[in-house]
Design a protein around this ligand. Structure first.
Ligand SMILES: [Zn+2]
Ligand SMILES: [Zn+2]
Length: 148
């Protein structure tokens, strides 16, 4: 299932370069994997895909790069209802936040965008005088196929 806001590679490299961060070949490969992913990947999957393009990519660099992207607010980390234990999944931060629905039977993850989510965030910011940086909504249940 394609992600709605998947962008051409180059965006994350440009964002990090603009912050004065050195982009090594390993890092460039990892960033490319994250940007072009058509689904939510965990660190092990990112490592595997990166190694297909550049065999020298190592686990430590994957974790360091994920940490760096998180600190700069360029990726989101999801647990997808902990269906796969403590694994975390990553996706490039998109201009519009979306909800994640995880099927508790087949594990399919569906994304959904709604203006109501945006209004809810606005309401929270106004009524609670809280400046939101990250808002995340994860839903668990059964998808249409698993219910039929
Ligand atoms: Zn299902
Ligand atoms: Zn997503």
């Amino acid at each position: 299932m394609p992600l709605p806001n998947t962008e051409a590679p180059g965006y994350l490299v440009a964002e990090l370069a603009a912050r004065g961060i050195r982009i090594t070949r390993q890092r460039r490969t990892i960033l490319g994997v994250i940007e072009t992913a058509n689904r939510h990947l965990d660190a092990a999957q990112i490592l595997r895909r990166a190694r297909r393009q550049a065999p020298e990519v190592d686990r430590v660099t994957v974790y360091r790069t994920l940490g760096l992207l998180k600190r700069h607010g360029l990726i989101d980390e999801l647990d997808l209802m902990h269906l796969q234990g403590e694994k975390h999944f990553y996706e490039r931060k998109t201009p519009r936040e979306h909800l994640h629905m995880t099927c508790l039977r087949c594990g399919r993850v569906t994304e959904f965008e709604s203006r109501l989510f945006d209004s809810l965030k606005k309401q929270v910011q106004t009524e609670c005088r809280f400046h939101i940086i990250v808002a995340r909504m994860e839903i668990g249940g059964y998808c249409a196929e698993c219910r039929s």
